[in-house]
Write a protein that binds this ligand. Structure first.
Ligand code: RAM
Length: 353
């Protein structure tokens, strides 16, 4: 059921992306977008006045996944009357985001929406931003919880780990050597998923052996080269899991013209647009993701609710995220988008992101 719901939501959003309007597939009736809620009772928080200015800070620029997330942030901001500026480093290194955070603080923006390259390295800068009244929403890749007001999570670590282990197990007959091609070595999200994947392997797949984990730094060329190196150093490799949209696309490109095509399985997390040709040419059978546009939109609505004082980020706080419906803040100040969804040759044609 969840998958069906998720499919509808992803398909609806992708239709929106190509410009067709469609009925929202959200699970709950959407509240009218842009209704300004009653101002928060007078507290020490700075009052919300004027349109919300948002600084959007991805791990790095030039990643299609974050380009799609940004569309969601912009669509939400257009609905509630806010502005969005994207800034970000060229490389996804631990402290490369600090200077952008400091600038946003100096500019006294209303909110910062950030996917963290490191859970601790940007904390001082974020705490200064918060002290200056900027609402800090992490999305996609979190910091330590005390450094932000809210984390907008794409799916549970358990769900993301399990879908990837299930897919590789199905694709290699539940036995043999596998490796992981990850993003940057400090990425909070990938590291959490990798830990959970190891637990899942140990618990349920005694005949699959994880022989290596390498890091492509969410850089296309580095990921491509690391794929070649993995295949060289592990001649018995039966499969690769790449839990990053940059990594899986680069690995697929390498495999597609190599002798390993069809012999070494590749799965993980990818965007349908980047993976389509490799599903169609038989390099990849199945991979997974959530909808990055919805994730961006949810982060923007969360920032708006924080700025308005509708929520403070504590467990049980509720807010409406436009057409996506109502969300409740869980423990650790996180908000969950949904479940990962699997893409394969039967359904990939329905998606455009
Ligand atoms: C890359 C980034 C991002 C991650 C996706 C799956 O685009 O590493 O943080 O969530 O892959």
């Amino acid at each position: 059921m969840k998958l069906a719901k998720s499919l509808a939501a992803v398909a609806a959003a992708s239709l929106a992306l190509v410009g067709c309007s469609s009925a929202p597939a959200a699970t709950t009736p959407a509240a009218p977008a842009g209704t300004s809620s009653a101002p928060a009772e007078t507290t020490s928080a700075p009052p919300a006045s004027g349109p919300l200015s948002i600084t959007f800070l991805p791990k790095n620029l030039g990643n299609a996944y974050f380009d799609t997330s940004k569309k969601g942030v912009e669509a939400a901001a257009a609905a509630f009357g806010g502005t969005v500026t994207e800034v970000g480093p060229a490389k996804a290194t631990p402290d490369a985001q600090v200077s952008y955070i400091n600038t946003a603080t100096q500019q006294q923006v209303g909110a910062l929406i950030v996917s963290a390259n490191d859970k601790a390295a940007i904390c001082d800068a974020l705490n200064e931003a918060k002290a200056a009244g900027v609402k800090v929403v992490t999305f996609d890749s979190d910091t330590n919880p005390e450094c932000r007001d809210l984390f907008v999570n794409q799916a549970t670590a358990d769900g993301i780990a399990k879908v990837q282990i299930d897919m590789i197990a199905e694709q290699i007959g539940d036995a043999g050597e596998i490796a992981i091609l990850s993003a940057a070595a400090n990425a909070t999200n990938q590291n959490a998923w990798i830990e959970t994947m190891k637990t899942e392997l140990a618990a349920s797949h005694p005949n699959i052996k994880l022989v290596d984990t390498v890091y492509g730094d969410d850089d296309d060329q580095t990921s491509f080269d690391k794929t070649a190196a993995l295949l060289q150093s592990h001649p018995k490799l039966k499969g690769i899991i790449s839990p990053t949209t940059v990594g899986i696309a680069a690995a697929a490109r390498y495999l597609s013209t190599s002798d390993f095509k069809g012999k070494v399985a590749l799965t993980g997390l990818g965007t349908p647009n980047q993976m389509r040709e490799f599903v169609e040419d038989g390099t990849v059978t199945e991979f997974a993701l959530w909808n990055p546009q919805d994730l961006g939109a949810l982060a923007a609505w969360a920032a708006k609710a924080l700025a308005d004082g509708t929520i403070t980020g504590k467990e049980g706080d509720k807010f409406t995220a436009g057409d996506l419906g109502e969300y409740t803040v869980a423990a650790d100040g996180s908000v969950l988008l949904g479940e990962p969804y699997r893409f394969n040759k039967e359904n990939i044609g329905n998606f455009d992101f």
